[in-house]
Design a protein around this ligand. Structure first.
Ligand SMILES: [Fe+2]
Ligand SMILES: [Fe+2]
Length: 251
């Protein structure tokens, strides 16, 4: 079972993160799952892989009736993002999955039908969650060729998928980044290797630097808070990506 923490709550609007399963198999990369709830409408961001589904579900039932999760958002096509989709569909056969148009004919290999998938155009879109607007922000090639993040302008929370992801040793797994400088060794290799293009990386940095972000929430590792968000964007802007030559973290 995972832990969970309410990141934001105002009236009927809430962000909950599921994180750190103490019984997670050592060979599986840890992941964070984020639930946004507005009134009685719920969307799960990057619901996770097949292998972590039991841990995610057993925690989620403490937060919401899982049958009420009628939408998931897949930042990209990786197995740790959405290979659990067919299991979510068993709970709610009407569930919908937002995914880049680029992956719409690939991700159904994980399950679902023609009606399951909602294509996201390259420019992004707005998701209406019970009348509340969530912005889908393009982040192509960061790291997937068809890649999106999600921004909640009122809560000032930015879900960044694999951007900001950290590969943390068990004794340094924290919900929030404790110290940005000390965090760098855990993120450097990941970003150098998984991001293939400095042009796209720099375009993403310029785009998100304009946004008022209080929490930057990656799919792996710790959440960046307040000033650390600017520190992370500034650090990433200066990083030469697409190269693993300066290897600083073992996979
Ligand atoms: Fe990925
Ligand atoms: Fe990932």
């Amino acid at each position: 079972m995972k832990k969970y923490h309410v990141l934001f709550e105002r009236g009927e609007h809430r962000w909950t993160v599921l994180y750190m399963d103490p019984k997670k198999p050592a060979d599986i990369l840890d992941s964070n799952e984020y639930l946004i709830s507005h009134r009685d409408d719920h969307i799960l961001l990057d619901p996770g892989g097949f292998a972590v589904f039991p841990a995610v579900l057993s925690t989620l039932v403490q937060v919401v009736d899982p049958m009420k999760i009628n939408r998931v958002f897949a930042s990209h096509q990786d197995p740790d993002i959405a290979s659990s989709l067919s299991l979510w569909q068993e709970i709610n056969p009407q569930i919908k999955c937002y995914i880049s148009w680029l992956w719409k004919s690939f991700v159904p290999h994980f399950g679902g039908t023609e009606e399951t998938y909602i294509s996201i155009d390259d420019k992004g879109m707005v998701i209406d969650l019970g009348g509340y607007k969530l912005d889908v922000i393009p982040a192509h090639h960061c790291h997937s060729a068809g890649n999106f993040h999600l921004f909640d302008r009122q809560a000032k929370i930015y879900f960044s998928g694999d951007i900001g992801a950290a590969l943390l040793p068990d004794d340094q797994r924290h919900l929030f980044v404790q110290n940005f400088e000390a965090h760098i060794p855990h993120i450097e290799y990941f970003h150098r290797r998984w991001l293939g293009s400095n042009d796209h990386k720099n375009a993403w940095c310029a785009r998100v630097a304009e946004l008022d972000i209080q929490l930057l929430c990656p799919q792996h590792g710790s959440i960046y808070k307040g000033e650390q968000v600017k520190q992370f964007i500034s650090w990433l802007r200066g990083l030469n990506v697409g190269s693993a030559s300066n290897r600083s973290v073992s996979l």
